[in-house]
Design a protein around this ligand. Structure first.
Ligand code: ADP
Ligand code: MG
Length: 378
């Protein structure tokens, strides 16, 4: 059981020319399942390796269970890590692979080691594979062994580095559920790294988003989805990605009027919506963000519409994604019963409460503080 605290954590490589992690602060509750997500190279693995003790920070502190472990060697931390490539010893059996860590880093007796391995194997449903070698196993089975090996340690902290990336989509889905079930049952604090925002959203009690080695936002998955603090988070979370359009902003009386590029659309924000948000609009240009699922087909005579031509219709079952010729590309998610084809002209609209306005220069969401409660939690 452990609470994890990361304070001003920094990691430089190549004598400071690469800053992999920059001034990272995190507070992870005992028993919490936190997902860390961001594009390739954003510092996820480096962060995990510093938590595990495999990598020494350039600066900052790490505490696990109240103890400052910054200078504690990896083998002396109660931490178990699961990797994408399984990292099993090829010439050891499954049993030996699972037992090895206990044998090397504890003075546990043989009977207790065996009891732990058999119990973990049962939990992972691999008790029939204990005498096999890794090369006799499928990818999914190997990952189960790697998970089993992490469980036998009964660690204070689980660290997962993209553990499911080598599995096919169907297996990935079932292993996701399995890892969550396991963590729920064992109540061990977990940090799970992935580049896949869907995986991060569905698995995490809380999601931490990194870019360029820096914390962008953390919060419950729905909070982050509804209230991204900047354009990067807005675009990274959600699939297909949020649509972005540069707009001119004109204030007339108590209303605000948005104009799309080349006058492609006109959009009025009502006085009641603008209300106390007006001060945040400190420039006459902003980037408007709207999610495909918040776009709808407009009824005749509706205000605030965009007229566009359909480039592509992509069916995904209950819905269709319409790729529209607004601003190069603009995606709308509409009911698949709408009988629409490429080349058709459509009018679309969205609710003012579903839009996001970003500072075009800094990317900051100008209304973020005016929406729900702040998403930065500790
Ligand atoms: P992620 O896991 O998010 O893809 P990493 O933590 O592996 O990202 O890498 C973060 C940055 O640090 C990248 O720019 C990467 O090239 C750099 N980096 C990682 N490990 C090393 C290393 N051992 N030496 C030099 N640069 C590294
Ligand atoms: Mg990585």
């Amino acid at each position: 059981m452990a609470r994890v605290t990361v304070e001003s954590l920094r990691k430089e490589y190549d004598t400071g020319s690469v800053v992999a992690v920059n001034d990272l602060d995190l507070e992870i509750e005992d028993g919490e399942f936190v997902t860390v997500v961001g594009p390739s190279g954003c510092g996820k693995t480096t962060t995990l390796r510093m938590l595990s003790g495999l990598e020494q920070p350039t600066d900052g502190r790490i505490k696990i269970g109240g103890e400052d472990v910054t200078d504690v060697h990896a083998k002396d931390r109660d931490v178990a890590m699961v990797f994408q490539n399984y990292a099993l010893y090829p010439h050891k059996t499954v049993f030996e692979n699972m037992e090895f860590g206990l044998r090397m880093s504890t003075d546990m007796g043989e009977t207790e080691r065996e009891r732990r391995v058999v119990e973990a194997a049962e939990m992972m449903d691999i008790e029939d594979l204990l005498e096999d070698n890794p090369d006799e196993l499928s990818g999914g089975q190997k990952q189960r062994v790697a998970l089993g090996r992490a469980i036998v340690r009964e660690p204070d902290l689980f660290l997962f580095d993209e553990p499911l990336s080598n599995l096919d989509a169907k297996l990935r889905t079932s292993m996701r559920a399995e890892i969550q079930r396991l963590q729920n049952a064992l109540q061990i604090t977990a940090v799970y790294v992935t580049h896949d925002q869907h995986e991060a959203m569905t698995m995490g009690d809380r999601i931490v988003i990194l870019d360029g080695g820096e914390l962008q936002q953390q919060g419950r998955p729905t909070e982050v989805y509804k209230n991204p603090v900047n354009e990067f988070v807005g675009g990274f979370i959600g699939s297909p990605s949020m649509n972005f359009v540069d707009v001119g902003v004109e204030t007339s009386g108590s209303r605000v009027h948005l104009t799309g590029p080349d006058g492609v659309f006109q959009f009025d924000l009502s006085a009641s919506y603008i209300n106390d948000r007006k001060d945040a609009l400190d420039s006459n240009r902003h980037t408007l963000g709207v999610r495909p699922e918040d776009v709808e087909l407009a009824t005749e005579g509706a205000a605030n519409i965009i007229t566009a031509t359909i480039d592509v219709v992509e069916p995904v079952g209950s819905d269709n994604f319409l790729y529209l010729d607004v601003n190069d590309e603009f995606i709308a998610r509409v009911d698949s019963n709408a009988d629409l084809d490429p080349g058709d002209r459509v009018t679309i609209t969205f609710d003012e409460t579903d839009i996001h306005l970003f500072d075009t220069e800094t990317g900051r969401n100008v209304f973020a503080s005016k929406r729900d409660a702040p998403t930065v939690t500790t």
